[in-house]
Design a protein around this ligand. Structure first.
Ligand SMILES: [Zn+2]
Ligand SMILES: [Zn+2]
Length: 394
């Protein structure tokens, strides 16, 4: 085929992979080609929406971290301008302030039109749209459910299972909704983590597993911790929602290998916007190699220069903070490869992680899912990088 034709063919493939509905991009089903992903964000409960007659029903008492909301707010020293929303899969508490949302994230327009279904008078402009504090809380309601819908479809969790290695619930195996606490200021966030979670460093937000029955996953963070735009805060929140979904998958009473957990978190974050990136970095400064937005170029260069450490040498690491700079970037790319080229085997890998009886190593789980050693898998991924990344700039 002449070069120009090959290019045209490739461009067609790329553009058909992007769903354009009314001129903007929305989520596609991760397992079915050309099928738009259904994002369910109704029904929801929100006391303010009830007062404003956006929803019908009775007033409900909602608990956060197993306490009545009023007690949690007392710890945060918040008495007004807060919103509590129960969605199909999340319980969200937000004290975030009003903001302006630009079209600088991938699904911003699609989310704006979903938000308009809740707030019909929302004005969607040429450059973006403005949200008040209540609307911003619901924007995170929509974003969280969108990521949930994607991860759920990706792992086949949107279909009821018969049998299987673990008990399936509507929360991917967890026994109660995921909780998301989005504070405007660090002091509010810290008041709650200090009293109820009690761990030292909460400055990158805090992921927490409430282990008693019914167990659930919490992520709490504050807007003031993130320097920069709303886009930066969105990336940070999406990264950490992805962490919790990954851990919650199959009910969280084990650890998830860092290359999966961190890779999936980077994957979801970078689908929103290629920068700025969130690093779950235990100490010191974040990886300078990946400060730029174009990670695929960096990774292609690492592969070409054979500077990519083989997966077998780092796949057993458990904490995201244990991954070094190069491994942070590679984890993203390896997960992108698995998710976008073989979601079934990706899911088998996650399922093997649930095998609490045999407690497999990462190498054993990789063998179970892909039938090869981690280093053979690494070679396959390298071939994909060399074939694919010249065409991608994300
Ligand atoms: Zn509301
Ligand atoms: Zn992370």
């Amino acid at each position: 085929m002449p070069r120009a034709l090959i290019l045209v063919a490739l461009l067609l493939v790329v553009s058909s992979a992007r769903a354009k509905k009314g001129g903007f991009e929305d989520e596609m089903h991760p397992r079915v080609a050309d099928k738009p992903l259904e994002i369910v964000f109704t029904p929801w409960y929100c006391a303010t929406c009830l007062e404003e007659k956006r929803i019908e029903g009775e007033k409900k008492d909602i608990t956060i971290l197993r306490l009545p909301v009023a007690e949690v707010l007392k710890l945060a020293e918040v008495s007004k301008n807060y919103y509590v929303i129960e969605t199909p899969h999340f319980r969200i508490l937000s004290t975030l302030k009003r903001d302006r949302i630009k079209w600088d994230t991938r699904f911003a327009k699609a989310d704006a039109y979903r938000l308009k279904e809740i707030f019909p008078r929302l004005k969607i402009g040429l450059q973006g749209f403005s949200v008040n504090a209540h609307q911003r809380a619901h924007l995170y309601h929509i974003r969280a459910e969108r990521i949930f819908a994607h991860f759920s479809a990706l792992t086949g969790s949107d279909k009821p299972k018969s049998g299987g290695p673990f008990k399936q619930t509507r929360w991917l195996g967890m026994l109660a909704p995921y909780q998301l606490l989005l504070w405007d200021d660090y002091s509010q966030h810290h008041g709650v983590t200090d009293a109820l979670i009690g761990r030292q460093n909460d400055k990158a937000g805090l992921q927490h597993h409430e282990k008693e029955d019914p167990n659930f996953m919490v992520y709490t963070t504050a807007d003031s911790l993130i320097q920069g735009s709303e886009r930066a805060f969105n990336n940070h929140v999406i990264h950490n929602i992805a962490h919790n979904l990954c851990d919650g998958f199959g009910n969280y009473y084990r650890q998830t290998w860092a290359f999966i957990e961190e890779g999936v978190a980077h994957y979801y974050e970078r689908r929103e916007a290629a920068a700025p990136n969130t690093f779950c970095w235990a100490e010191g400064t974040s990886p300078t190699l990946f400060n730029k937005a174009k990670w695929s170029k960096t990774i292609r260069n690492l592969v070409l220069r054979k500077k990519d450490p083989p997966l077998g040498s780092w796949c057993e690491k458990l904490r995201p903070g244990e991954l070094n700079g190069i491994e942070q970037g590679l984890s993203w790319s390896i997960m992108q490869w698995m998710i976008e080229t073989d979601p079934i085997r990706f899911t088998r890998l996650l399922e093997k992680n649930q095998d609490r009886k045999n407690k497999p190593t990462a190498a054993e789980a990789i063998h179970y899912a892909f039938g090869v050693t981690p280093n053979t898998l690494h070679e396959r991924w390298r071939a994909w990088v060399l074939e694919t990344y010249p065409l991608k700039d994300r």
